[in-house]
Design a protein around this ligand. Structure first.
Ligand SMILES: Cc1cc2nc3c(=O)[nH]c(=O)nc-3n(C[C@H](O)[C@H](O)[C@H](O)COP(=O)(O)OP(=O)(O)OC[C@H]3O[C@@H](n4cnc5c(N)ncnc54)[C@H](O)[C@@H]3O)c2cc1C
Length: 494
């Protein structure tokens, strides 16, 4: 192992002590490196989140030893997921059994979860510096320097490597990329905790409504009659105020029968907290000389369902794996850290691109009747075929990897049927089976753009939407080709 140089304070600085940063710290400190984690907050701290950790995330927690915590064992298990549209149940299905994964998820308040992961990192030997806010990053030939504020003091810390795990408003990403995340890569969401919520307490619910589509609401039971309830929408479809989201949530609670049933006797017990989510944009770099991004800072959020904890845990572990190789041979140039970026891309980009495509499509509110009808088609088929229900429920609730081809067929088949029932022949031709070929992928986008122009009154909105769809369709087609070439594996390889 190449030892730390005199001119640096530690081998690795990690900005952010959330799941991504704490996991990276756990593995790096466990490999014998001197690791300092900086966080602006003091732990235990809350983080606005739905708190749902899916089966993939639970396997990562097992690796960290977090599952030995007595309170972990008491956290609420979720065995099934249900989707509702305008108060009627569309799909209800158990979490499907997948090799090597538990057939359940858990709802774990972030106040606890993040503290446990951080304790694991500390136990492995990492130093946690709380109350340190990262303000800037400077790259030098032999080190990376982080400028951080602690109260009124400014500190300069030098390390051989920096991992930016400072969340969706990442200062590290902004400093290296030179700009903040674009609006079309953002989802905005709010959540609050309720008590005295009606069961079933082992079922996670998603609620769609014609009025608020493409936004949706979730209810994740926390155990003991409590629940985490929230609403999320693509940033561009919403006025930029927390009040707009709050009133959307209130409106859904009052008007949606299914959600209303759950919350009829419930009391809100916390403030409504809001936070943006930055979704994955494959065009943006996530490694530079001596710097890597992980978790939300790298945009590793599924744009369809807002899930990000499992990606934070996975990317933190992958970042540590490649960081150890670079530190060991003192090869920390961008080119040597690229295998990390390639791992993120090969393991996650396919999932993200399918979700991105769907989100880009449903962003066009004038096509709401089509997407809502597609949800109804899924619901009808799910009631008739249990196998379909299992996969559709799994895909919609983000429990089945999107690279499951059956999932794709369900999504596209349902949109096709919905389009048939709405008489949209042109749309059928254009969007059915986008996986067919590169040419078809571009046809999808061309037809999408044309349709947007035909159906929307505001040409500027149409243009933006069409460009989003074009980009997503091209990206999805590329990923389908990669998948066909066998480069995407269902199992995580690192
Ligand atoms: C409303 C909402 C609901 C969600 N629901 C779910 C869900 O149910 N399931 C799921 O899987 N995902 C969900 N997510 C996404 C999930 O919260 C994130 O993907 C996850 O927290 C990512 O972990 P992270 O470690 O990358 O970032 P974070 O958890 O955000 O941690 C980043 C850390 O960096 C620190 N930090 C930030 N800036 C600085 C700075 N300048 N200097 C020092 N420290 C800094 C922060 O204090 C924080 O501790 C939800 C998100 C939102 C907003």
């Amino acid at each position: 192992m190449v030892r730390i140089k005199q001119s640096t304070d530690c081998d690795v600085l990690i900005a952010g002590a959330g799941p991504a940063g704490a996991v990276a710290a756990f593995y790096l400190a466990g490999s014998g490196y001197k690791v300092c984690v900086l966080d602006k907050d003091r732990f235990p701290r809350d983080k606005v989140c739905g708190d749902f950790v899916g089966p993939v995330g639970l396997v990562e927690l097992l690796r960290l030893g977090v599952t030995r915590q007595p309170a972990y064992q008491q956290s609420n298990k979720i065995f099934s997921a249900s989707c509702y549209l305008d108060g009627g149940q569309l799909v209800s299905a158990p979490i499907p059994p997948i090799d090597g994964l538990p057939p359940f998820g858990r709802v774990i308040p972030r106040m606890q979860l993040d503290q446990w992961i951080l304790e694991a990192a500390q136990g492995a030997g990492a130093t946690i510096l709380e109350g340190y806010r990262v303000k800037d990053v400077m790259l030098h030939d032999d080190a990376v320097m982080v400028v951080a504020e602690y109260g009124k003091q400014t500190s300069r810390l030098r390390a051989r490597l920096l991992i930016g795990a400072d969340g969706s408003n990442s200062i590290v990403a902004r400093a290296l990329r030179g700009h903040a995340p674009a609006d079309h890569d953002r989802i905005v969401a709010i959540r609050a905790y309720y008590e005295n919520v009606a069961g079933p307490h082992d079922q996670a619910d998603l609620y769609f409504s014609g009025d608020s589509f493409p936004g949706y609401c979730w209810l994740f039971p926390t155990g003991g009659g409590g629940a985490n309830v929230g609403v999320g929408v693509a940033s561009q479809t919403m006025p930029k105020t927390k009040f707009a989201l709050k009133s959307l949530l209130q409106q859904l609670i009052e008007q949606d029968h299914a959600l209303g049933r759950r919350l009829r006797h419930a009391r809100i017990v916390t403030k409504v907290g809001g936070w943006p989510l930055t979704t994955y944009n494959h065009r943006l770099p996530i490694v530079w000389d001596r710097v890597m991004l992980a978790g939300d800072a790298a945009g590793l959020i599924n744009p369809l369902n807002g899930e990000g904890i499992q990606y934070a845990l996975l990317s933190g572990r992958w970042a540590a794996h490649y960081a150890v190789q670079g530190l060991c041979h003192d090869t920390l140039a961008q080119s040597h850290l690229m295998p990390y970026a390639r791992t993120v891309e090969s393991e996650l980009r396919y999932d993200m691109s399918i979700s991105n495509m769907i989100v880009q499509l449903i962003r066009n509110r004038s096509l709401n009747p089509l997407w809502l009808r597609a949800l109804q088609v899924i619901g009808t088929a799910a009631r008739e075929q249990p196998g379909y229900a299992a996969v559709a429920g799994g895909v919609l609730a983000g429990l089945i990897p999107a690279n499951n081809l059956l999932g794709q067929k369900i999504i596209w088949g349902s949109i096709k049927q919905a389009a048939i029932s709405l008489g949209g022949e042109a749309l059928i031709r254009s969007i059915y089976d986008p996986a067919g070929s590169m040419r078809d992928g571009f046809d999808v986008s061309k037809a999408g753009v044309k349709m947007a122009f035909d159906t929307m009154r505001n040409p500027l909105d149409s243009l933006k939407w069409g460009m989003g769809v074009t980009g997503s369709a091209a990206e999805l087609t590329k990923q389908v080709y990669r998948d066909a070439a066998g480069r995407v594996t269902a199992k995580r390889s690192v």
